[in-house]
Design a protein around this ligand. Structure first.
Ligand SMILES: Nc1ncnc2c1ncn2[C@@H]1O[C@H](COP(=O)(O)OP(=O)(O)O)[C@@H](O)[C@H]1O
Ligand SMILES: CC(=O)OP(=O)(O)O
Ligand SMILES: [Mg+2]
Length: 405
């Protein structure tokens, strides 16, 4: 079954094509700078374990232009991996917010699209882009089943005391105001990889996803029991452009005393805060460069970023009542050894001790970076949201096919 996975962001599209049940992608790619001059497509084709990289610089005005170009690349003579869009059996979409309507992977219908649309205001950086990705894929891959995999789904196992806010009851029962949690596909994937690595399906672990957006999850026996993002993907950790945890009084003060509109506050907290607000840069590589150049402000921001994560590790070790492993993943978590070192420093009372040499080794697979005598494993586990999405689509569609027989 050919499953094409689309992860649409506001200005980018990540994609992978799988011939399931084979876990190795046939091709992968990234479209960046959509809507700007000089958009870039990096397309990789894997033939007989050899990687062929194609880079194209184009002006892609929108996601439709981006996905159309990707479809051409999939079919291009010489590097093409299919001959016709009809060869794609399913398109798996990452959809960030599924609210309480979607606890699992779902075939996209008109009604499902309406529900996703209703959740735009709760995930303004993500759901509109995900929705657009679905509309465009429907036009290009007309014969394919369109499937949604929700970031929120993995967190649906949280107990009520973890997902409820202490606000009047009807706001939850009638309006659905509660914590949902995000990056669930990534937390689920790395948690499962970790349980396999530890050979212990009952392990207590903390997964730490540090990408542009950042979140953590407390996972007991493979089930999420708490997570740092909430009603929308804004709370919890300090992120590239998002503030993370903030006393709501700050918002009242900004609106009532400083004259901000609510839209301005939303833009400020979602797009101009986090590391970007603190340093002017959202990309950790730029921040590391500033620190190396002696920028004290950048160092303070880096310390704040690590400190917030440390606090959540303490909290989650408590709610898990024990800890077997902490797991770093995503762009920053997988690549920035300095942040891992800073987060894990002075946590030996919890059994967390990092081996500096192991921490600095770069490799592609799962890596153990704790000292030999540490009680808690510290792991770097590369995430693969696209593979997890393909597997969930495959499972759903083969189940449906079996049920139909
Ligand atoms: N070598 C590196 N050192 C530090 N940070 C890195 C490195 N490589 C990538 N990153 C960080 O990873 C982030 C992107 O992570 P990613 O998981 O791809 O995020 P997203 O999926 O949200 O776009 C970048 O913003 C950058 O800060
Ligand atoms: C939910 C979320 O924050 O996603 P991303 O990290 O892709 O922005
Ligand atoms: Mg991501």
């Amino acid at each position: 079954m050919n499953i094409f996975v689309v992860n649409s962001g506001s200005s980018s599209i990540k994609y992978q094509l799988f011939k399931m049940p084979n876990d190795n992608p046939i091709c992968t790619g990234l479209v960046e700078r959509i809507g700007l001059e000089n958009s870039i497509i990096t397309h990789k084709v894997y033939i007989n374990s050899e990687e062929k990289v194609i880079k194209r610089v184009l002006d892609l005005v929108d996601h439709e232009a981006g996905l159309n170009e990707v479809a051409h690349l999939l079919m291009e003579p010489e590097i093409g991996v299919i001959q016709d869009p009809a060869e794609i059996n399913a398109v798996g979409h990452r959809v960030v917010h599924g609210g309480e309507s979607f606890a699992s992977t779902t075939i996209i219908t008109k009604e499902v699209k309406e529900e996703i649309k209703k959740l735009f205001s709760l995930a303004p950086l993500h759901n509109p882009a995900n929705y657009l990705g679905i509309e465009v894929a429907e036009k290009i891959f007309t014969k394919a089943k369109q499937v949604a995999v929700f970031d929120t789904a993995f967190h649906q196992t949280m107990p009520e005391k973890a997902f409820r806010y202490a606000i009047p009851q009807n706001l939850y029962t009638e309006m659905g105001i509660r914590a949902y949690g995000f990056h669930g596909t990534s937390h689920k994937y790395v948690a499962q990889q970790t349980l396999q690595y530890l050979n212990n399906k009952n392990a207590k672990i903390i997964t730490i996803h540090l990408g542009n957006g950042c979140s953590m999850a407390a996972v007991d026996s493979g089930k999420c029991i708490d997570t740092s993002m909430g009603f929308g993907p804004l709370s919890g950790l300090v992120m590239g452009t998002r503030s993370g945890d903030l006393d709501p009084s700050v918002i009242f003060h900004m609106v009532n005393q400083l004259g901000y509109s609510l839209d301005q506050v939303s833009t400020l907290l979602n797009k101009h805060s986090g590391m970007h607000g603190l340093t002017g840069f959202s990309d950790m590589r730029d921040i590391l460069k500033s620190i190396a150049e002696g920028d004290k402000n950048a160092k303070m921001a880096y310390d704040l970023y690590a400190y917030r994560i440390k606090k959540y590790i303490g909290a989650y070790a408590a709610v898990l009542n024990g800890l077997d492993a902490i797991v770093f993943t995503a762009g920053v978590g997988e690549n920035d050894s300095n942040i891992r070192q800073l987060i894990c420093a002075d946590m030996d009372f919890l059994g967390i001790k990092i081996n500096e040499e192991k921490n600095n080794i770069r490799s592609k697979g799962i890596r153990e970076i704790n000292t030999d005598d540490a009680r808690v494993k510290v792991l770097v586990v590369p995430t693969n949201e696209e593979l997890e999405i393909a597997e969930q689509c495959f499972e759903l569609l083969t189940e449906k096919a079996t049920a139909a027989v």
